[in-house]
Design a protein around this ligand. Structure first.
Ligand code: NDP
Length: 271
């Protein structure tokens, strides 16, 4: 597994497993499958309502804690209450710390994300989260947060896939040593990404699947990714992306697909 070093010196597996929309009743089985197949980085959130299932899968596995990387997130209605929210998440996960805790959305109508960030700084200080970061912080939110922050976020987890690459946000993050975590790396299956010629041609050339080509594009650009699937076969497929390399031209052709094609909520409109 390729590891990425964060700006606080901690390392994160570049490829993980996301559990958004994984049914809480199915989560233990699905995460257990992912762990058995080699995934060591799990991305969940309080709002996914499946932290308990993740926790049960972790407890049932014999994997040492220091080989696992677990992320969860502070939901929008807890920006003034992060200290209790992290305790609740840790209880559900059966952990005494997470590896990464994120402010899930800036939630601008409440406008309490800076207060939430200061709480996360305290949570990190107390060792309840090893690293802290933000999610869905478009450029203008980062610009407000960074001058106020004592700790620079380790990551910004944003919607990012070939039709929607958020270049301004990514450039600002990179300039501050903030790693990009790309959520919806496969476009959430909401447009025919895997049928585009720019994806299918390299797939044929390298003997890999279209999804593997898209994930490889992310990895070569330095993004941290955690594709979600409930299918064991796709878990295997999505994990098998380290034995080939896209050429510079192939990467450039996929990057040229940008068209402002967001598939989910914009942070300005989402509280
Ligand atoms: P993804 O881009 O990972 O797409 C998931 C969809 O793609 C599912 O429908 C899945 O179907 C399908 N899929 C997975 N693998 C393959 C494959 N090899 N070939 C074809 N189809 C495939 O979207 P997500 O939104 O799930 O993003 C990944 C993770 O990012 C989430 O699980 C979550 O952890 C995080 N996230 C964070 C957000 C935030 O606000 N911070 C918002 C959204 C996501 P199936 O399951 O049927 O295989």
């Amino acid at each position: 597994m390729q590891l990425v070093t964060l700006n606080d010196g901690k390392v994160i597996p570049q490829l993980g497993f996301g559990v958004f929309k994984v049914d809480p009743a199915e989560t233990e089985r699905i995460v257990s499958d992912a762990l058995e197949l080699g995934y060591r980085h799990i991305d969940t959130a309080a709002i996914y309502r499946n932290e308990e299932g993740v926790g049960r899968a972790l407890a049932a596995s014999a994997i040492p804690r220091d080989e696992l990387f677990i992320t969860t997130k502070l939901w929008n209605d807890r920006h003034g209450d992060a200290d209790r929210a992290i305790e609740e998440s840790l209880e559900k996960l059966g952990l005494d710390r997470v590896d990464l805790y994120l402010v899930h959305w800036p939630a601008p109508r409440q406008d309490r994300f800076i207060e939430a960030w200061h709480s996360l700084e305290g949570i990190r200080e107390r060792g309840l989260a090893t690293s802290i970061g933000v999610s869905n912080f478009a450029k203008h939110y980062l610009e407000r947060l960074l001058p106020e922050a004592t700790v620079t976020p380790a990551v910004n987890q944003i919607e990012l896939h070939p039709y929607y690459q958020q270049r301004e946000t990514t450039e600002l993050a990179v300039a501050h040593g903030i790693k990009i975590e790309a959520w919806g790396p496969l476009g959430q299956g909401k447009y025919p990404l895997l049928e585009l010629p720019e994806i299918m041609a390299p797939a044929a050339a390298h003997g890999k699947s279209p999804a593997q080509v898209v994930l490889r594009w992310h990895l070569q650009l330095g993004h941290i990714v955690f594709p979600k699937t409930v299918s064991r076969d796709r878990m295997v497929e999505n994990f098998d992306v380290f034995d080939f390399e896209l050429t510079d031209d192939e990467v450039a052709a996929i990057t040229a697909l940008e068209r402002g094609g967001r598939v989910s909520e914009h942070p300005d409109d989402f509280d």
